[in-house]
Design a protein around this ligand. Structure first.
Ligand code: LLP
Length: 427
C-alpha cells in the first residue's frame, strides 16, 4: 500500500501523483532524476507495524536509519513516535538532529569505534547491540573510563538461512554478524564480570527482504530457548530485540509477502511469553514503498538484438538492480494512451558500465525521448546508496505531504561538487 497513483492532471491525461502532487509538475520544478517520498505512506507503514503489536504490552519500534536517513524522513517517523536503530555516529547524529529521544535509540554494527561508543554513551542511548567479545571489552573500557555503564544486548547468530539474496542474509554462521549461538552463555557470564557493561538484552537480525516467515520462526524459537538458558544461569534478561528484515512487495505480478500482522502473530507465538520488552528494527518495511525515483528518457536506442531505453538515472543513483539483481517496477509517469504498444526493453543509465541498468528485458509501454518514468519501491536503500560515480551530481530528495512538497536535499551544482576537493600543494 502506498500513495503513488494515477490521477487526472491539468492536461487531462492520467498522471502519476505522489499524494496530491503531480509528478510531471514536480519534475519540471526540480529537474530529473530525483527521489520522491510520501509522508502519508511513511506514517501509514509505521502505524501499521506498531498496531500489529498492539496486543503485546511493551514494544519499541526502532526504525532502521540505514534504509533511508534523510532528515525529513527521520523527523516524520520520529514525530510519529518511532525510535531509531543506528549503525554509525553519523546516523546517531541524524537521529538526534531531529530530536529522537536517546532513550529510544539502539546502536548496531560489527565495527563501532571507541569514539562512536563514547559519543553514544554520553548521549545516553537505550542500548548497544554487541557483536563480538573484543567489542564488548572495548565498550566496557570506554564506559568505565567515563563512569558510565553501557546497557547491551548481544547480537546472536542463530545459523539460520533467511532464504533471501545472499548479500543481505546475515544469520548464517559464515556471515560476519553476531556472536555464535553456542558461545552466548559464556559471553553473558563474561559481561557480568566487566565493570562497564549491563547485559540485559538479546538481539537477533537474520537478514533483509525476508518473504517467508519460517526462518523467523526457527530463529525466534532458538532465541526463546537461549533466554531460558541464560535465565537459568542467573542472567536478568529484560529486553529482546528481534531486528528487522520483513520483506515488502516489489512486483505486483507476484504473491504478496507476509503482512506485519502475520509477522506479529508469529512473534507473539514464539516469544510472547518471555515477559520482556520487545524491540524491532524495521527499515525497508517502513520506507521501501514510500519512495520512488523519477527519471526522464533521454534516447531510445535500437541495438542489434535489443532495445535500450536510456534514461537520466543510473546505477549510481539506484544501486539495487546492479548490486542485488533487484527488480523494481517501472511506470510511465503519464499513463499510456489506450492502444500503445508494449515493447521489451532494457532501461539503462548513462554510466559507463554494462551493469548500469534499472531493468533488463522489461515489457513496457513504448516510451519516447522526453517521457518521464517512475522507478517504484525505491524509498529504502535507494538514495542512501547513491554516489557521484562518473562525476554525476548526487540525486535530490523531495518529500511530499498532501499537496505540499519540499526539496529536502537539493541537487548540488558542479561548482559544489568540485569545491569539496583540494589539490595537493605540489600540483
Ligand atoms: N537491523 C539490522 C541490524 C540490520 O543490519 C538491518 C539491515 C536492519 C535492522 C533493517 O533491515 P530491513 O528491515 O530493512 O530489512 N541494501 C540492502 C539491504 C541491506 C540491509 C542491511 N541491514 C538492499 O537494498 O536490499
Amino acid at each position: 500500500m502506498h500513495h503513488f497513483a494515477y490521477r487526472r492532471g491539468v492536461s487531462q491525461a492520467n498522471v502519476l501523483h505522489a499524494e496530491e502532487v503531480d509528478l510531471s509538475d514536480l519534475a519540471a520544478a526540480v529537474g530529473t532524476p530525483f527521489y520522491c517520498y510520501s509522508t502519508a505512506t511513511l506514517e501509514r507503514h509505521y502505524r501499521v507495524f506498531v498496531e500489529a503489536f498492539a496486543g503485546i504490552p511493551d514494544t519499541l519500534v526502532c526504525y532502521s536509519v540505514k534504509a533511508n536517513s534523510s532528515l525529513g524522513v527521520l523527523a516524520t517517523l520520529g514525530r510519529a513516535g518511532a525510535g531509531m536503530d543506528v549503525v554509525s555516529e553519523g546516523e546517531l547524529r541524524r537521529a538526534l538532529a531531529v530530536d529522537v529521544p536517546p532513550a529510544k535509540i539502539v546502536f548496531s554494527g560489527v565495527g563501532k569505534t571507541r569514539a562512536e561508543m563514547a559519543f553514544a554513551l554520553d548521549r545516553g542511548i537505550f542500548a548497544f547491540n554487541v557483536e563480538s567479545e573484543p567489542e564488548l571489552r572495548a565498550l566496557s573500557e570506554v564506559a568505565d573510563a567515563r563512569g558510565a555503564v553501557a546497557r547491551i544486548a548481544f547480537r546472536v547468530n542463530p545459523d539460520v538461512d533467511a532464504k533471501t539474496h545472499h548479500k543481505i542474509a546475515t544469520g548464517k554462521a559464515e556471515n560476519k554478524f553476531g556472536v555464535p549461538f553456542a558461545e552466548a552463555p559464556s559471553l553473558y557470564g563474561l559481561a557480568k564480570e566487566l565493570p562497564g557493561i549491563e547485559a540485559t538484552g538479546v538481539h537477533m537480525h537474520i537478514g533483509s527482504q525476508i518473504t517467508d516467515l519460517s526462518p523467523f520462526r526457527n530463529a525466534f524459537a532458538l532465541l526463546h530457548e537461549l533466554v531460558g538458558t541464560l535465565r537459568a544461569e542467573g542472567a536478568t534478561i529484560g529486553f529482546v530485540n528481534l531486528g528487522g528484515g520483513l520483506g515488502i512487495p516489489y512486483r505486483s505480478d507476484q504473491p504478496e509477502p507476509p503482512r506485519p500482522a502475520d509477522y506479529a502473530r508469529l512473534v507473539a507465538e514464539e516469544v510472547g511469553d518471555l515477559g520482556v520488552r520487545l524491540l524491532f528494527e524495521p527499515g525497508r518495511m517502513i520506507a521501501g514503498n514510500a519512495g520512488i525515483l523519477v527519471s526522464r528518457v533521454l534516447y531510445v536506442k535500437h541495438g542489434a538484438s535489443k532495445t535500450f531505453t536510456i534514461v537520466d538515472a543510473a546505477m549510481n543513483d539506484l544501486m539495487r538492480p546492479t548490486l542485488y539483481e533487484a527488480y523494481h517496477e517501472i511506470l510511465p509517469v503519464t499513463a499510456p494512451e489506450p492502444g500503445t504498444r508494449t515493447i521489451v526493453t532494457d532501461v539503462a543509465g548513462p554510466v559507463c558500465e554494462t551493469g548500469d541498468y534499472l531493468a533488463l528485458s522489461r515489457p513496457l509501454p513504448e516510451l519516447r525521448a522526453g517521457d518521464l518514468i517512475s522507478v517504484m519501491t525505491a524509498g529504502a536503500y535507494g538514495a542512501v546508496l547513491a554516489s557521484e560515480y562518473n562525476s554525476r551530481l548526487l540525486v535530490p530528495e523531495v518529500l511530499v505531504a498532501g499537496d505540499r512538497y519540499s526539496v529536502m536535499r537539493p541537487r548540488p551544482s558542479y561548482d559544489d561538487m568540485l569545491a569539496k576537493e583540494r589539490l595537493p600543494n605540489w600540483l
